[in-house]
Design a protein. Structure first.
Length: 232
């Protein structure tokens, strides 16, 4: 997965991620890679937040959540079929339909030269994603699920005149997990879930991960919002 692209000004605070929030999205990608998932879901963002040393992680720890325990809970959800297991890489998917990615690369290099292919790849990788509605939201090549959590995070930050930090991302996850409407999927989301082997209905994975540690989602949400209000 590509590194997070730089945020391009001008933007309102609604669209600006703090450095720590950007780091959380990078860690989110690493957690998805560790589980060999070809999508970015709320469970990966929660694990990414737990890898940091900031207020969001501290509040999660105070309510009984730790990184290793949450990872173990995610593995149990995979074993139970709530979350998908290891998914094939892009190269493996292409190979299943008879496309040899290495052969395609070698053909391009033979045709255009190694230097030209290198710089073309760099231009694509470093191209700013300024059209994204929220920095950090649409900058991944993999499918990003439960976008409502990111919308909630942006709204929480905007209501306080703050940039989007890890605490706002955590509030977004908790609001999404506590919202009954979150179980209803739009047609495009249904297609994404079916393609990725995800269930169309069922408890929110973040709720399951939090409650697996004996924590109450609503109590944690109140605590995080209280911390944000103190920072205003």
């Amino acid at each position: 997965m590509p590194a997070v692209a730089a945020i391009q000004p001008p933007r309102s605070k609604l669209t600006v991620f703090t450095q720590q929030a950007q780091q959380a999205t990078v860690l989110m990608q690493l957690e998805a890679e560790r589980l060999k998932h070809r999508y970015l879901g709320p469970e990966h963002l929660l694990l990414g937040l737990l890898r940091q040393a900031d207020t969001a992680a501290r509040l999660l720890h105070a309510h009984g959540l730790d990184l290793e325990g949450a990872r173990a809970a995610a593995e149990r959800l995979i074993a139970q079929g709530v979350l998908p297991g290891s998914q094939p890489s892009d190269a493996e998917v292409l190979a299943s339909v008879g496309i040899d990615l290495a052969a395609v690369r070698d053909r391009l290099i033979a045709t255009f030269g190694g230097e030209a292919c290198y710089y073309a790849a760099q231009r694509v990788a470093l191209q700013p994603r300024s059209a994204a509605p929220w920095a950090g939201m649409e900058m991944f090549n993999t499918p990003t699920l439960d976008r409502r959590a990111l919308v909630f995070a942006a709204r929480e930050a905007d209501a306080r005149g703050q940039e989007i930090g890890p605490e706002h991302l955590l509030v977004g996850l908790l609001r999404d997990a506590s919202d009954p409407a979150g179980t209803d999927l739009y047609p495009n989301e249904r297609r994404e879930h079916a393609y990725l082997g995800l269930p169309l209905r069922g408890p929110h994975p973040v709720r399951l991960l939090i409650e697996a540690h004996g924590a109450a989602l609503e109590t944690l949400l109140e605590a995080v919002r209280g911390e944000l209000d103190r920072d205003r």
